[in-house]
Design a protein around this ligand. Structure first.
Ligand SMILES: [Cu+2]
Length: 156
């Protein structure tokens, strides 16, 4: 009896969490948010190619163009760890500007400085980012920047 009631309560909690907008979080146990534009993350699948922003790779679509007010979420399609971490709005910096802080999830809006998915293990989705301010957002992977993992999101 107790076990049955506990199981029912647990299911109710899970159902409630699944219905809460923006409830998705990074790390293990995160879920893909309804309505979010998904950026797939894969070193293996998305080879370097030229773009108006320079060579990009490791994310798809890349560059991604979204309207103001959209939400964006990164999903790691590989079976090893990546990040999607802001490197600013003025182009790709040389070298690797990403420090250890990139490994710890931060930010919920692309317009925030130094937003990062944190370390996304294989198959894991990031937190949801809102695209609230028009602009060009450059990002990359802590482990694989500058080549071959860097991307651009244009918010317009
Ligand atoms: Cu990577």
């Amino acid at each position: 009896m107790y076990k049955a009631r506990f199981a029912a309560a647990l299911l109710a909690v899970i159902a409630a969490a699944g219905c809460t907008p923006g409830s998705a979080t990074g790390g293990s146990g995160g879920s893909v948010a309804l309505g979010a534009v998904i950026v797939h993350v894969s070193l293996l699948n998305f080879a370097p190619h030229g773009s108006q922003f320079g060579i990009v790779a490791g994310y798809s679509p890349n560059p991604l163009i979204v309207s103001v007010g959209s939400t964006v979420q990164f999903v790691n399609d590989d079976n090893f760890t990546h990040t999607a971490s802001s490197v600013g709005q003025t182009g790709f910096p040389p070298g690797n500007p990403l420090g250890q802080a990139a490994l710890h999830q931060s930010g919920t809006d692309l317009a925030q400085t130094k937003w990062t998915s944190g370390a996304l293990s294989g198959g894991t989705p990031s937190q949801v980012f809102t695209a609230s301010v028009p602009g060009t957002y450059y990002f990359g992977c802590f482990f694989h920047y500058p080549t071959p993992m860097r991307g651009v999101i244009v918010v317009q």
